[in-house]
Design a protein around this ligand. Structure first.
Ligand code: AMP
Ligand code: MG
Length: 346
């Protein structure tokens, strides 16, 4: 089978080896497509395992969607200013992880960004530039300091009435991890799981190879890759301004917002993070997109288990430049730059 390039992340062809087969199962969830590629001996048990993992993803979608008024997250948003709301244990751990990444990124990643996402028209909309005072008003309620997470009884409480959480920057990666957990539990040892082609986890490796080969999408052209990464028991996430944006007065506004200024982040075309879990890399890809090169370098120096690949904005006609950041990547995870492919397309 030759899956070829699929959007943000491209899979290399997995090997078919002796009596091992590779199956591919796709399902819509979280407003995108989740896909599982897995190798084993029996086709039917592989498909069953993938379906169980994808059922888990759909359950998580029900739990974390802001587009579903009955989701646990919507209920948390409605009630947490008035009372301490008990949170399902794994979701509580995710909120804690989000809080830790807010601290470590000095506020570049912040799930309380929801009121800003809404005021820039990215929630149920195409995007628009809001008046400055509307942005300033939304900014007042943004910040994890307004959120109290009590570990003892796993409750959440908002210190302001207008605080709202948005897990859009971390949910897909988290769902990928949970799907991988299901696969592991069912005895699967070789699989690739991705959510919306922006977060991927590589479980084990294809039959006769040391690692899975995954491509990072060229930020200006969906069908091209800018780099190839080899992953084994590791995750990769990419945030790009191509995902959701609008243009006004010749300027491009991306859906990733700097929670400290209230304005869409600028300067990056895409930011990728590599690390041990897809929840962490998803959140960090979003954070690195906001932080830019210098701050991402500082982050990776302090967190040696994380690496980054950044592509900064360039003037029209200039070549794109790939910036690789992090402790030396283990040899099985080396990055190959597809240098002939990094020219900016017109
Ligand atoms: P991603 O594609 O993972 O970078 O996530 C982007 C989504 O996360 C946006 O559509 C918003 O819902 C949300 N978001 C935007 N900016 C931030 C931010 N600075 N921190 C956390 N979440 C954000
Ligand atoms: Mg993200």
């Amino acid at each position: 089978m030759m899956p070829g390039l699929i959007g943000v992340l491209a899979f290399a062809a997995p090997c078919v080896d002796g009596d091992l087969v590779t199956m591919r199962v796709v399902r819509e969830a979280m407003g995108t497509e989740f896909e599982i590629l897995l190798c084993g001996r029996d086709e039917q048990s592989l498909v069953n395992a993938a379906n169980e993992a994808l059922d888990e993803v759909q359950d998580l979608d029900q739990q974390m969607s802001l587009y579903n008024a009955r989701s646990e997250l919507s209920s948390i948003n409605r009630r947490s200013a008035a009372e301490r709301v008990a949170v399902e244990p794994k979701l509580f751990s995710l909120l804690e992880l989000a809080g830790e990444i807010t601290d470590a990124s000095r506020g570049a990643f912040d799930i309380t960004v929801a009121p800003l996402v809404k005021c820039w028209g990215f929630f149920r909309g195409q995007g628009r530039v809001p008046p400055a005072d509307t942005i300033a008003a939304a900014l007042q309620s943004v910040g994890m300091r307004h959120v109290e997470l009590c570990r003892r009884d796993r409750t959440v409480h908002f210190r302001r009435a207008d605080v709202r959480l948005d897990l859009g920057g971390v949910a897909k990666g988290y769902a990928v991890d949970r799907a991988v957990e299901v696969l592991r539990g069912l005895g699967i040892t070789r699989a690739l799981v991705h959510g919306g082609q922006s977060s991927i986890y590589a479980l084990g490796a294809p039959p006769d190879q040391a690692s899975w080969t995954v491509g990072i999408r060229h930020p200006l052209e969906a069908s091209r890759r800018i780099a190839v990464v080899h992953l084994r028991d590791r995750a990769l996430s990419t945030s790009g301004n191509y995902e959701k944006f609008f243009e006004a007065d010749g300027k491009l506004y991306s859906h990733i917002i700097d929670p400290r200024t209230g304005y869409p982040a600028t300067g990056m075309l895409s930011a990728s993070a590599l690390g041990p879990t897809a929840a962490e890399t998803d959140a960090l890809a979003t954070a690195f997109f906001v932080m830019g090169q210098a701050k991402t370098r500082q982050y990776c120096a302090a967190h040696p288990h994380i690496q980054a690949v950044l592509v900064a904005e360039v003037e029209s006609g200039e070549s794109l430049r790939l910036v690789r950041i992090g402790e030396k990547l283990p040899s099985r995870e080396f990055l190959k730059e597809e240098s002939s492919r990094t020219e900016r397309s017109q």
